[in-house]
Structure formats: structure tokens, C-alpha cells
Design a protein around this ligand. Structure first.
Ligand code: HEM
Length: 273
């Protein structure tokens, strides 16, 4: 019996030409991802996908499991960065003009009111989402080895989020901001040993004033966002190295054996779920 060579359609020939070209192969260095090897190569060779480990637990990817609070926190951080850059074009950290700046931004600048409120709301929401994320991680015991270092990095991120909120609060230089920060910073000197130096570093003088505004401004727009960005890079790198988000622990061996026995007796359609 002789087998005739299969006739290829024009589309097949063009596809073949493209996928064997040097240009294509310089970008896609693997075959179609229908084998475990090619699937792994896709994950490792793509700039976006390589942020994930090659294998992740299906359970841990479920939105009902992570609540996506980490992802939402990151999204809010990006929103805050973008809207914050916009606000920086108009805001000047000077005690006589800061309040006017903010008022003009809200009333006279196109989209100023919207962007200011986006920044405000995203800041409040980020405090909520980071706290919920922390509670979720704790509830699932995802702080346990090998993720204990990432928990510590997370605590750093939590404090950065709170300090970003705290420093941003003073910037409008209205009565509520001024007195809230006066009360907040006056708590510091009551801390033993470190209290007074910490107060000096924060306030920069005998009372909340121009020096405080500059300090809070620099902290709010440079130091804290930079620290957060660095910690986020470490956080995401660590998640990848720790094998992605920790899924629920596998069922105990006895339960698996019982399921297997049930399946063998034909009581259940599949052995492993
Ligand atoms: C700016 C703040 C933060 C961002 C953007 C962030 C982002 C993320 C993302 C995207 C994940 C992947 C899984 C998920 O979404 O739940 C994750 C996992 C994790 N985060 Fe955060 N995170 C932040 C703060 C924190 C805090 C405050 C803690 C704890 C103190 C923390 C501890 C962890 C740990 C231990 C994991 C691994 C969880 C697991 O394996 O299930 N993170 N984070």
C-alpha cells in the first residue's frame, strides 16, 4: 500500500513559512504549547508570563481563594502613582500657597477635581485592600515557610502604605490636616528613648510648620514611593521563587486512599479531583 503525500493548503504553506522564518524563531523559541516542555518554555521565554512560576496550583489561582487583594493593591498603587504625578504639576509645598493650590486644582484645572478625588479614594482603598490582603494571607497560613521572608517584606509594604497615607494627609495644609498631623506627631515624643529624635526628624522644628511640610512632601513623593516600589519588586520576585501563591494543603493521605477505593468500587466517577 502506497501512501500519497498529503496536499497542503495555501494557508498551511504560509503558516509554515512564517513559523520557520528566522524572525519568528528569534522571538518565539518554542513550538506550539501543547506539550509540558513547550508549556514550560512559553512561561520562561515570555517577559510577562515569566513573572509566574512555571507551575502554579489551580486552587491558588482562584479569585475566591486570593480575593485578588494583592493584585488590587498593586493596581491602586499604579493609579496613585499616575494621578500623583498629575497632582505634582500643580501643587507647591509652601505653607502660604499649598491650600490655595489644592483649591485651584479642584476648581480651575481641567479634570483636576476628578484626578484629586481619584488619588484620595485610591489611597483610602489601598489601605483597606492591603489590610484585607494581609488578613487573607494570615488566614491561609501563607506566611509559613518558605514564605516567611515574603511576610516580612509584606509588613514593610504595609508600613509604607500607612506612612504614604499619613504623609499625604498633611499636604493640603487645611485645618483638619494641620491638626491631625500635630496630634499624630505629638504622640512620638512619648516613645521611650527614640521618641524625641523621631519627633525631630518628622517635624523638623519645635512645632508643625514649613519644615514639616517639606519633609512630608519629600517623603510622600520620593522616599516612600521608591521604598514601596523596591519592596514590591522583591515581593513579586519572592512570590515567583516560592512557587506562586500557596494553595490549600493537599487532602490527607487517608482521604485520598478512601477516594481511590470508592472510585475502584465504581462509586465515584474519578479517583483524583
Ligand atoms: C503594597 C502592598 C502589597 C501588594 C501590592 C502585594 C501584592 C501581592 C500579590 C499580587 C500577591 C499574589 C497573591 C495574592 O494576590 O494574594 C501577594 C502574595 C503575598 N503577599 Fe502581598 N502585597 C502587598 C502587601 C502585603 C502585606 C502587607 C503582607 C503581609 C504582611 C503580604 C504578604 C504576602 C505573602 C506572604 C504572599 C504570598 C501568599 C501566598 O503564597 O498565598 N503582602 N502579594
Amino acid at each position: 500500500m502506497s501512501s500519497l503525500p498529503e496536499k497542503k493548503s495555501l494557508l498551511d504553506i504560509i503558516t509554515q513559512k512564517i513559523v520557520t522564518s528566522q524572525l519568528w524563531r528569534s522571538i518565539f523559541r518554542h513550538g506550539y504549547p501543547d506539550t509540558p516542555l513547550n508549556q514550560s518554555l512559553v512561561m520562561m521565554g515570555n517577559v510577562f508570563l515569566h513573572l509566574h512560576p512555571v507551575k502554579v496550583s489551580r486552587q491558588a489561582m482562584k479569585i475566591t481563594y486570593t480575593w485578588c487583594m494583592g493584585g488590587i493593591s498593586f493596581f491602586l498603587f499604579l493609579v496613585l502613582t499616575l494621578t500623583g504625578v498629575f497632582l505634582m504639576f500643580y501643587y507647591v509645598p509652601e505653607t502660604h500657597t499649598a491650600y490655595q493650590n489644592i483649591n485651584q486644582l479642584s476648581s480651575a484645572v481641567s479634570f483636576g477635581h476628578l484626578v484629586r478625588n481619584m488619588h484620595r479614594w485610591a489611597a483610602h482603598l489601598m489601605v483597606v485592600s492591603v489590610t484585607l490582603h494581609m488578613i487573607r494571607v494570615f488566614y491561609h497560613g501563607a506566611y509559613k515557610p518558605p514564605r516567611e521572608f515574603n511576610w516580612v517584606v509584606g509588613v514593610g509594604l504595609f508600613f509604607c502604605t500607612l506612612f504614604l497615607s499619613f504623609t499625604g494627609y498633611l499636604l493640603p495644609w487645611d485645618q483638619i490636616a494641620l491638626w491631625a498631623i500635630t496630634v499624630g506627631t505629638n504622640l512620638a515624643p512619648y516613645t521611650p528613648i527614640l521618641g524625641q529624635p523621631v519627633y525631630q526628624v518628622l517635624v523638623g522644628g519645635p512645632a508643625v510648620g514649613q519644615a514639616t511640610l517639606i519633609r512630608f512632601y519629600v517623603g510622600h513623593v520620593i522616599l516612600l514611593p521608591l521604598a514601596t516600589a523596591i519592596l514590591l519588586a522583591v515581593h513579586f520576585w519572592r512570590i515567583r521563587k516560592d512557587g506562586g501563591a500557596a494553595g490549600p494543603p493537599p487532602p490527607p493521605r487517608r482521604e485520598l486512599e478512601a477516594r481511590l477505593a470508592e472510585a475502584e468500587q465504581g462509586l465515584a466517577p474519578t479517583a483524583a479531583r
